[in-house]
Write a protein that binds this ligand. Structure first.
Ligand SMILES: CC(C)(COP(=O)(O)OP(=O)(O)OC[C@H]1O[C@@H](n2cnc3c(N)ncnc32)[C@H](O)[C@@H]1OP(=O)(O)O)[C@@H](O)C(=O)NCCC(=O)NCCS
Length: 180
């Protein structure tokens, strides 16, 4: 490998009590379209772009649009700076959402989206604990971050349950939460 060439991330599968986390791929296209075409899921997502930074209109209007999000995270993983796992319910083998990191390093920013028919069952708490364990095993000194709008009560409850605290600093209308 030549100097300066990115190191692709190895996105490992993780099993939890109810879930499998596995690298997001085009095999999750139908589930990703159901997720990203739902107004309640995209309400606080901010601007969504493809890898060339062209905006994708939300909610997604066709699978080809949400496929651009899959492509974005596959290319981010290949370039070594971020990725998404698909969150799959083990009992049904159904794709229910995704979770991963918008950045990895001294600071690692976690992000997640779950289909509304699975909200309120502790699914993202379970996925979030596994994602945090994974990043801390790989980088024990990383400072975990999340950026959440004050109106997004469900996400604030989740991130608080996962041990993050509000910092009072904002970026583009979203407050930074940190752990520890
Ligand atoms: C934020 C989001 C991921 C939360 O998903 P979730 O799975 O409902 O979150 P949690 O894992 O925290 O679930 C907690 C709820 O499940 C309940 N629950 C049931 N069984 C549980 C269990 N075994 N463990 C933990 N909680 C459990 C809790 O009591 C809690 O209920 P409450 O909401 O009535 O207080 C989801 O609302 C979402 O996708 N929102 C849209 C996308 C979004 O905003 N993403 C974040 C952008 S910053």
């Amino acid at each position: 490998m030549t100097e300066g060439e990115p190191t692709p991330l190895l996105v490992e599968d993780i099993q939890t009590e109810r879930l499998t986390l596995t690298a997001l791929s085009l095999s999750h296209s139908a589930g990703m379209y159901r997720l990203w075409s739902h107004p309640d899921v995209v309400r606080y997502s901010g601007k969504v772009t493809d890898y060339d930074r062209t905006e994708i209109a939300m909610p997604a209007s066709a699978p080809a649009e949400s496929d651009k999000i899959i492509d974005f995270w596959r290319r981010a993983a290949a370039d070594g700076w971020g990725f998404r796992w698909a969150v799959v319910e083990r009992a049904s083998n159904a794709f229910v959402g995704h979770i991963g990191f918008n950045s990895l390093g001294a600071n690692s920013e976690i992000a997640y989206h779950l289909s509304p028919d699975h909200w309120g069952k502790g699914i993202m708490s379970e996925a979030g604990r596994a994602a945090i364990d994974w990043v801390l095993i790989n980088n024990p000194d990383t400072v975990l971050e999340a950026f959440i709008e004050d109106a997004n009560a469900g996400s604030i409850a989740l991130i608080t349950r996962l041990g993050f605290k509000a910092t009072g600093t904002f970026n583009e209308g979203a407050q930074c939460y940190r752990r520890p």
